[in-house]
Design a protein around this ligand. Sequence first.
Ligand code: GUN
Length: 289
Amino acid sequence: METSILSGLEASKALYSSLESRISHLKDHGIIPGLAAVLVGNNPASEIYVKNKTKKFESLGLKTDVFRLEETVSEDELLSLISKLNTDSEFHGILVQLPLPKHIDSEKVLNAIIPTKDVDGFHPENAGLLSIGKPRFVPCTPKGIMFILKHFNIDLNGKHVVVIGRSNIVGRPISILASLKDLGNATVTLCHSGTKDLKYFSKQADVLVAALGSPEFVDSSYIKEGACLVDVGINRIEVEGNSKIVGDVNQDSVTGIASSLTPVPKGVGPMTIAMLVENTVLSAELLLN
Ligand code: GUN
């Protein structure tokens, strides 16, 4: 079987072109969508993620500022920055890049972001809205996955979607989105580190979402022929002294067995950034309503 590549890069371009008219409509009303990115410490991966996000905002003529804080910053100082950003009308979205240093209570920090600027969709109010089927700000990676599937005409209606990984950032929200009647209408199984006989479930998947954060974990023995695979992993590994990024799917092993597959890189990653832009535009649009 030929395995088609579901390019997130291609899908993200389609989203950016649909955003152009929304952005110019906002600009006509004197509103430039703005993102405040808060980066604590010097985690190299977080530095790269924030840089990629802000670069994209700049290239679209949107406003973005990075607020850098020392690794040793106190929780109170971070909370006071968030409180200032909550009322700063130049910023429609606030993103606190995770992970935060261990001495900071991440949940407390994320809960301090005003829900109407929570473009990551991590605040309990937004998570709650999603779980009752009334999504407002949806976490960017799962929202991006839904967009890729739609872009490539992969219909989830009545299909069995199996998700591996139950994080609040990806696994849990994608399982809800895929199950919602108006969005996916799929039958969903959410597997995790406590799942016994994972292959029993993963081999039933029409669409398998690998979001467990383990390099090349899913190989051909985990899937059924013709499955669609969504690879959410971004793992840095060493191969013969060189560092390389791989997903949670062993892409060589599944090629020829899966019907389609999101690549790593240029799969889910670009869609996550595109959805951050979309959520920030959406937040700015709330001002017009
Ligand atoms: N760290 C890993 N993924 C994410 C994300 O989507 N948003 C934020 N803020 N931090 C992350």
